[in-house]
Design a protein around this ligand. Structure first.
Ligand SMILES: [Zn+2]
Ligand SMILES: [Zn+2]
Length: 495
């Protein structure tokens, strides 16, 4: 029955209107006015019948719209040297429709052939009518490829907001679009490594930071990209565009200084011996970085070791030493960060409610807390990070470990309600108040971005900054063997 239903929607929804202008997008679903497209019409139809018989495919609905209200042209692109292989970035996976324009002509390649659209026209791609998103819909075999006809032309993605307005986001490179297994459109931006980094660096570090810090960021982001390629292989692309991989905002977010940093570091990467290093990074270390094995469930890595980033530093012999470190900090490279030191206070009742929601998600079972009796740090590692948090409730006793500790106040999710870091102690100033007092923001492993700023302001260059945070690593411009080395690179689950 399902198969029959899918077959029913196999039609390519192409029809012709005689002439005239369609103002409303919704009204012009079946208008096709491009002459070059007409030449392909017959072929397209014939092929779709063939496909129907052979493949179990669902075709997307394509349409060309003139006088789309959100057309505008952009200035020519600032040049970014290619700097490496082409990569695929997942921009969206939840769209029902998308509109595309270009400042210049652009080509569309689909199973139906190639068509050319000019800059006064907008391509609309929608999921076929009647397709209800479900897990059972297979990924369409068809990938629609969209390319600007001239190098340096910009493609614009036009997304409908919930209030029926539109937002336009501009990108270098090409788009690939297909129907994903959940029944939505996946939109992929395909571009060179440096073009991608130009849209990453300003989103991962403020563009107002000194150039050497931006250069260090460009180099670690480049290396991170290559060591994590294919992280989203199952979904059809290399990396996503969110904090899960690296935040990528396309052309709209590029700045002069960050582009300069990307350009001046072209091909530069971080190596440990013969292999690319796994250059994870974070916002603010708070005075010292973390050993990778103290944060994630991973074996130790030679170059992902704790390094102090402040004037004087002694190991924490006791909890009193640690409290002193938090409450009376000495000068540190990242002290300008607003989360260099932080405090989060909760009433016992509020924390109890948060824990009751967070624990089952973090521990992945029916963890029932009841009344909160006590919460304490059972074990702290030598780099100051909380290793085991002991939570005692009237209905049970629970232990949360390593970086997962941060999500106890955010219902198990990574969001603004989470504890900024695991570099904290618990204070109970009153019977009913529980206060987390800590330092730093992020997991604490590898390069600290605010330290990079502090170091650059004190005259250190990008190379010195990187070698400080990844001890034993070197900066290199690899030859073509890099591709082989990259394959050997180890993947991490988080940045
Ligand atoms: Zn991702
Ligand atoms: Zn730092």
């Amino acid at each position: 029955m399902k198969k029959k239903l899918i077959l029913l929607f196999l039609l390519i929804y192409i029809a012709l209107t005689s002439s005239g202008v369609d103002g409303e997008i919704g009204m012009s679903d079946y208008s096709l006015k491009n002459k070059r497209y007409l030449a392909h019409k017959h072929k397209i139809y014939k092929e779709s019948i063939l496909n129907r018989a052979i493949k179990d495919e669902v075709h997307m609905k394509m349409d060309i719209i003139e006088n789309f209200p959100y057309l505008y042209s952009l200035p020519a692109l600032p040049i970014i040297p290619p700097g490496g292989r082409v990569i695929k970035i997942g921009l969206y996976q939840n769209l029902k429709e998308v509109y595309i324009s270009c400042n210049g002509n652009y080509s569309i390649y689909s199973s139906s052939g190639k068509i050319i659209i000019d800059e006064n026209q907008v391509l609309s791609i929608k999921i076929p009518m009647g397709i209800i998103p479900s897990r059972e819909i297979k990924k369409s075999g068809e990938i629609i490829k969209i390319k600007p006809q001239k190098m340096g032309n910009i493609l614009n993605l036009i997304i409908k907001n919930t209030d029926y307005s539109y937002r336009v986001i501009s990108f270098r490179g090409n788009f690939n679009i297909f129907l994903n297994s959940r029944g939505f459109l996946t939109v992929i931006n395909e571009l060179s490594l440096n073009e991608y980094l130009a849209g990453v660096v300003p989103n991962e570090m403020p563009s107002s930071f000194p150039l050497e810090a931006l250069k260090a960021q460009s180099i670690v982001a480049r290396t991170y990209t290559l060591t994590h390629l294919g992280k989203h292989k199952e979904e059809g692309f290399d990396l996503c565009s969110t904090v899960h991989c690296q935040v990528y905002g396309g052309l709209n977010t590029e700045t002069i200084t960050t582009n300069q940093a990307v350009r001046e570091t072209t091909h530069k990467m971080v190596f440990y011996g013969d292999n690319l290093a796994d250059t994870v990074y974070h916002s603010t270390c708070g005075g010292l970085t973390a050993n990778v094995e103290n944060v994630w469930q991973l074996p130790p890595v030679d170059y992902l070791k704790s390094v102090p980033t402040q004037d004087s530093y002694n190991t924490f012999q006791s909890e009193e030493d640690f409290k002193e470190f938090i409450n009376n900090p000495v000068e540190s490279f990242c002290q300008e960060s607003r989360l260099f030191r932080w405090e989060k206070s909760y009433t016992r009742e509020d924390l109890q409610n948060l824990l009751s929601e967070s624990l089952p998600i973090i521990l992945n079972y029916q963890a029932q807390l009841g009344d909160l009796i006590d919460i304490s740090i059972e074990r702290r590692s030598e780099d100051g990070r909380a290793q085991t948090l002991l939570i005692k409730g009237s209905l049970g006793e629970y232990r949360v470990k390593k970086d997962k500790i941060r999500w106890i106040t955010s219902k198990g999710k990574i969001n603004k309600d989470a504890l900024p870091s695991t570099l904290f102690y618990i204070d109970k100033p009153e019977e009913n108040i529980i206060c987390f007092k800590g330092g730093g923001w992020g997991h604490g492993i590898g390069l600290c971005q605010f330290c990079a700023k502090g170091m650059a302001l004190r005259g250190m260059n990008a190379e010195e900054i990187i070698e400080y945070f990844y001890p034993g690593c070197t900066l290199e411009v690899p030859d073509e063997k890099c591709e082989v080395k990259r394959e050997k690179g180890n993947g991490r689950s988080e940045k």
